[in-house]
Design a protein around this ligand. Structure first.
Ligand SMILES: Cc1cc2nc3c(=O)[nH]c(=O)nc-3n(C[C@H](O)[C@H](O)[C@H](O)COP(=O)(O)O)c2cc1C
Length: 176
């Protein structure tokens, strides 16, 4: 198995992070991996904003919870990862969601190759798109014509994450 195959198979969603900060060059390298992702029609309209400031992060957690935002696990939605990225793009472009997913996965794999952990965060989507999320959209520079798509935690993994089993029967080949 080559290193790329290994990173793809060994990447896990990390929900426990060390408090150690992530060096700036590594944060930038992960963001760059997102910026170099392919995009439909080469639109390159998916934007990434990084938020590390602990006070703002705490405020966001509180605003999310106060608005009725829920997580599956009894943990903060961002797992207190030292770095949190927001992804967003044009509201009326049909590939915004797809492009965001590709950007995010590029970032996850780059992080994996650097020994860093990630987890994509979709559970704040309704909040980020709601009236309650408006102050955050403004702070993050998400314009009127744009839509939040996905969050991404980044940090040094604490412990091992178990790989959920993969469902069978999802690959086939139609032969003539
Ligand atoms: C679009 C998307 C949104 C997700 N949102 C969340 C989330 O809000 N919270 C969370 O803990 N995990 C979230 N995940 C992570 C999935 O739960 C995870 O990928 C899945 O359980 C498989 O585990 P693995 O990533 O370790 O293979 C999300 C994943 C994707 C692709």
């Amino acid at each position: 198995m080559n290193p790329t195959q290994k990173d793809i198979l060994e990447r896990r969603s990390i929900r426990k992070y060390k408090t150690d900060p992530v060096p700036e060059d590594l944060v930038q390298a992960v963001a760059d991996a997102g910026l170099w992702a392919p995009t439909a029609r080469n639109e390159q309209e998916i934007k990434i904003v990084c938020l590390r400031d602990p006070a703002l992060r705490q405020q966001l957690r509180e605003d999310f919870t106060a608005s009725g935002g829920r997580t599956i696990r009894p943990l903060p939605f961002d797992y207190e990862a030292p770095v949190f990225f927001f992804l967003f793009g044009p509201k009326d472009f049909p590939y915004t969601e797809m492009d965001s997913g590709i950007v995010a996965e590029n970032m996850c794999l780059a992080a994996q190759s650097l020994g860093l952990g990630t987890v994509m965060i979709g559970c704040i989507r309704d909040f980020m798109r709601s009236p309650a999320g408006a102050p955050w959209r403004e702070k993050l520079g998400i314009g009127e014509g744009e839509i939040f798509t996905l969050g991404l935690c980044l940090g040094w993994p604490e412990g091992e994450a178990k790989a959920p089993a993969r469902k069978e029967g999802r690959y086939a080949e139609l032969k003539g």
